[in-house]
Design a binder for this molecule. Structure first.
Ligand code: PMV
Length: 352
């Protein structure tokens, strides 16, 4: 029988309402819902090819050409297992060939530095799941596949959709209601764009897994965030996206980035993801917005930071050249690099 193969890719997504905290660490169930924007296909992405053949002797995975071990019981092993389970259903119900019993080889490439703290695991696990789904010709929807990508890396579930995506936390103990849904497709708001400022491409100090666990165990502020803050923000930012209301989108995005980093600081011992350059970029965006609001205008830019010092700046396309110039002016060491969401050249490389 012939070898089966498929190649797909998944872009990075950047959250505007942050996921931070697990209520179930094995199933990767979050303590709160989150919402993100998926970068365009031409930008930062993982491209993954998978093959299956009766001659293979074990499951294997190569990341940027280097083989990674698939440890039993690991998140990777869970994703392989879950995809096989879905394939077996198709084989049983539709009489498709029993290829689920063969081993799989997977090769994945990122078109950006893996260690740069740019949500590489989100794109990686989403591309892994979508490529095996294509290999197995699975009929499942992106939301159904997101249940599996979630078990690789929580934020990966959101990269199975383009555009504006919510990950509903859900309440079920088995996690079956904890999946991603499309809030709006990319075409709904093509004017929105992003600039990524790579402040440091060093691997982050505290991994998101370790950081979240510590926050859940020690932060009292997290409880406030989960109960009182995030639910309202999810509703309000969804409306802002539907209305294409950049001012509200920007206000909520910056507030939620601040709230996440406050919760990291409220962790014992505290976690500092942002550094002096990150904070200088915050000040720059605040001043840039002040110039607009002082003249009675709306906010023009929104910063957001994940578990690292790199800034992502959301803005409408018409303001991107101005923002790129500003950042390049105040951070002359910035190099020009690729732009996400179809933006102008992006300033990068503030390597301290
Ligand atoms: O999916 P993880 O374990 O890489 O966690 C991602 C956490 C943040 O990037 C900080 C927030 C988010 O929602 O993407």
């Amino acid at each position: 029988m012939a070898l089966y193969q498929a190649t797909t890719s998944a872009p990075v997504n950047i959250a505007v309402i942050k996921y931070w905290g697990k209520r179930d660490t094995k199933l990767i169930l979050p303590t709160n819902s989150s919402l993100s924007v998926t970068l365009d296909q031409d930008d930062l992405k993982a491209t993954t090819s998978s093959q299956t053949d009766p001659s293979f002797t074990k499951d294997r995975l190569w990341l940027n050409g280097v083989e990674e071990e698939i440890k039993p019981g690991s998140r990777l092993a869970t994703c392989f297992e879950e995809m096989r389970r879905l394939r077996r259903k198709v084989e049983q119900s539709q009489g498709e060939p029993a290829i689920s019993q063969w081993f799989i080889h997977v090769a994945s490439f990122n078109n950006f530095p893996t260690a740069a703290g740019l949500a590489s695991s989100a794109a990686g696990f989403a591309a892994l799941v979508s490529s095996i789904a294509a290999l197995y010709k699975l009929p499942n929807s992106p939301s159904e596949l997101s249940l599996i990508a979630r078990q690789g890396s929580g934020s990966a579930c959101r990269s199975l959709f383009g555009g504006f995506v919510a990950w509903q936390a859900g309440t079920a103990a088995d996690g079956l209601d904890s999946y991603a849904i499309e809030v709006a497709p990319r075409e709904h708001w093509p004017e929105i764009s992003a600039v990524i400022c790579v402040v440091s491409d060093h691997k982050k100090g505290t991994s998101s897994t370790a950081g979240m666990q510590r926050t859940v165990e020690t932060s009292t502020l997290l409880q406030h965030r989960i109960k009182e803050v995030v639910p309202q923000r999810m509703t309000n930012i969804t409306k802002a996206i539907k209305d294409r209301d950049f001012d509200t989108f920007a206000r909520i995005t910056m507030a939620d980035s601040n709230s996440f980093h406050a919760v990291a600081l409220d962790t014992e011992p505290p976690i500092f993801y942002m550094n002096d350059v990150s904070r200088a970029i915050v000040n720059l965006i605040v001043e840039y917005n002040r110039a607009s609001t002082a003249a009675g205008g709306p906010l023009r830019a929104a910063y957001t930071y994940d578990a690292g010092p790199n800034a992502v700046i959301y803005a409408l396309k018409e303001h991107i050249p101005e923002i790129v110039n500003l950042v390049s002016h105040y951070f002359p060491q910035a190099e020009s690099a690729r732009s996400p969401l179809g933006a102008e050249p992006l300033p990068a490389g503030f390597n301290a």
